[in-house]
Write a protein that binds this ligand. Structure first.
Ligand code: SF4
Length: 188
């Protein structure tokens, strides 16, 4: 993998032991003190990774305005994303998982945003590459991309225009109480 390609790989796709842990992926609640410590450690690590991720702005926009997805995405839990949507008066349809479902080799279900995120990160790679990266079939990748295209082309979206990047970041900071560094500072 070249360094340029490596820079485009979403860091979460390489840190599966953190982002795919049930505490983050399924919003599972810790049941005791030991689990609460693990939950805190995982959340802290995932937050650090997201806050320095080069795909953060695209990822946050997709997760807020594009798909009602589960798991820890763009530094937010699904509950925090619901609060951000409420602040911004954004409504999204839940993904139709029955129609979209694909199963990773780990047994984890994949969602459209997994495929779209990798497609954006690797626009020049064949779809086979995405299928191999996710451990799913080529037809699953195509099905998710068709679904994403269909959603993008829907003639009567629930809102005429999504919130701006600035509005998204402001709402993110308000809900998470974290400061998003300016682009120049993030690139430094
Ligand atoms: S911001 Fe999005 S793409 Fe980047 S590490 Fe977090 S979840 Fe992955």
């Amino acid at each position: 993998m070249t360094s340029t390609t490596a820079n485009r790989v979403p860091p979460c796709s390489l840190l599966t032991e953190v982002f795919h842990h049930p505490f983050l992926e399924e919003d599972a609640s810790p049941a005791n003190a030991e689990q609460r410590r693990l939950h805190h450690t995982l959340t802290t690590r995932a937050t650090e990774v997201c806050m320095s991720c080069p795909h953060f702005d695209d990822c946050l926009e997709t997760a807020i305005s594009g798909h009602d997805i589960a798991g820890f995405v763009a530094g937010t839990t699904s509950r925090q994303r619901t609060r951000i949507r409420n602040l911004l008066h954004v409504e999204v349809k839940p993904d139709d998982m029955d129609a979209l479902v694909g199963i990773l080799s780990s047994g984890r279900q994949i969602a459209t945003h997994d495929v779209v995120r990798l497609r954006r990160a690797h626009p020049d790679e064949p779809l086979d590459f995405i299928a191999q990266s996710l451990g799913c079939s080529l037809s699953t990748v195509k099905r998710h991309l068709r679904r994403a295209r269909a959603q993008a082309c829907e003639p009567t979206p629930l809102i005429p225009r999504g919130p701006s990047r600035g509005q998204l970041i402001t709402a993110f900071e308000s809900v998470t109480r974290m400061r998003r560094a300016a682009p120049a500072a993030r690139a430094a």
